[in-house]
Design a protein around this ligand. Structure first.
Ligand code: FIX
Ligand code: ZN
Length: 411
């Protein structure tokens, strides 16, 4: 029985076509935002933080280099001078292997030759096939001028790329939001009063119509609280939640990020902190008609989130985000979720920033699913349950795509 279970799980996990519910990827038509190729793979902000630790140079020196030299320097610190043992470094080794590059023999030049830097539909297709991914969800910021330009030009969105309307600035400081909105041609007063909130609602309606997102989302610091009398609290209650309701869209919350604790490191300078999950509890309790996809950044919050999800069916935990997306922690978190929720969560998302990240992030997610599911199904069989191949396939399908599709379709 044990060997059948292991074969059935492995085969189901190998075969499943993933829906990746959170990435930072863009389709080839959004050319200025497209990221692929060896130099981008090597300058992933996870690796920049690690290389600067190891290499003894300042962030200012590093960011002063052109992209190719940054990549070569990261390569030197992490791959040439030591073993690439971190999660992100091993990811590069896995990408190289998937593209037939022997990194130790061919080095960075081998990787540059095998991976394509320019936007290309056939290349995107090849990477999706290698990763076994069907569709990815982007992170779409209507206040980002570069991104806005692509949408306003009407650049076509490839069907493999789904949109998610990302609203971080709407949950931040009202003054800063006013400035961003003004740049997008929307004028609101310092008061954040009813007419201002009506303007924000109009802006969201307009962008939901243009992007056709599968969910709305924001990331928040540990201090995120609900309800709140601040302007951000009013925007959430009077604009974002109504937009979710009237469009039948879930809201994704990514809580626990402390942005730019080391601003010199730029994107690599964010850290994590413990969230206030009582705020999520109040949000879920007061808005039972909205579904919340929730991920938390600190390891310490994972158990509380799962317990909360047991109490509120409109809370759906998703993925192991960023600093908890490691070999050790994804197993711990996914097993915990299965133990307290059964297969009613979204197993993983990639957070890919560079196209080829899909390859290693999903390879890791598949390996974690095999480990956790073989263990659980073996235990289930020992308890006397006649495990079938069919039920394993259904659970794998739910964890890698079905649960997410149910959330975005069923509201
Ligand atoms: O807020 C987010 O979506 C984060 O995932 C990113 O901002 C972060 O930089 C990242 O890439 C983590 O994986
Ligand atoms: Zn992200």
């Amino acid at each position: 029985m044990e060997s059948s279970i292991s074969t059935w799980v492995r085969e189901a996990v190998d075969r499943v076509r993933v829906i990746d519910m959170h990435t930072h990827l863009f389709p080839p038509s959004f050319s200025s935002l497209w990221r692929s190729g060896a130099d981008h793979v090597l300058t992933y902000h996870y690796l920049i933080a690690e290389a600067i630790r190891a290499g003894g140079r300042s962030p200012e020196w590093f960011y002063g280099l052109p992209l190719r030299e940054q990549a070569a320097w990261v390569y030197e610190q992490i791959f040439a001078r030591t073993s690439p043992l971190s999660e992100a470094a091993m990811g590069v080794v896995a990408i190289a292997q998937a593209f037939g590059v022997d990194l130790q023999q061919d080095g960075i030049e081998g990787l540059r030759e095998a991976l394509q830097h320019e936007p290309s539909e056939p290349y995107a297709e090849r990477v999706f096939q290698l990763a076994g991914v069907d569709q990815v969800v982007m992170t779409n910021d209507p206040l980002d001028p570069a991104e806005r330009a692509h949408w306003l030009k009407g650049d076509p969105v490839h069907p493999r790329f789904l949109a998610a309307l990302r609203l971080d600035p709407f949950l931040g400081d009202w003054g800063a939001l006013r400035t961003c909105l003004a740049a997008a041609g929307v004028s609101v007063s310092p008061a954040a009063d009813a007419p201002d909130l009506a303007e924000v609602r109009r802006f969201l309606k307009d962008w939901i119509g243009r992007m056709r997102p599968v969910y709305l989302a924001f990331s928040a610091p540990p201090e995120f609280t609900y309800p709140s009398k601040e302007a951000s609290g009013r925007v959430l209650d009077a604009c974002i939640l109504p937009a979710c309701r009237s469009n039948g869209l879930p809201l994704a919350l990514m809580i626990g990020v402390r942005r730019r604790v080391n601003p010199r490191l730029r994107e690599a300078g964010d850290a994590s902190g413990r969230a206030n999950l009582a705020a999520v509890e109040r949000l879920a309790a007061s808005n039972p008609d909205v579904r919340f996809l929730v991920t938390v950044l600190s390891r310490e919050d994972q158990h509380e989130l799962v317990v909360l999800a047991r109490k509120f069916a409109n809370v759906i935990p998703f993925g192991c985000w960023w600093f908890v997306n490691t070999d050790t922690l994804t197993r711990e978190i996914s097993a915990l979720r299965l133990e307290l929720l059964g297969p009613t969560f979204v197993l993983q998302h990639s957070d890919a920033r560079v196209l080829e990240h899909l390859v290693y992030k999903w390879k890791n997610a598949r390996a974690l699913a095999v480990d956790v599911l073989v263990h659980k199904y073996t235990k289930l069989a020992e308890e006397g349950w006649r495990v079938t191949r069919d039920e394993i396939e259904r659970v794998v399908e739910r964890l890698f795509r079905g649960n997410f599709l149910d959330v975005v379709r069923s509201v």
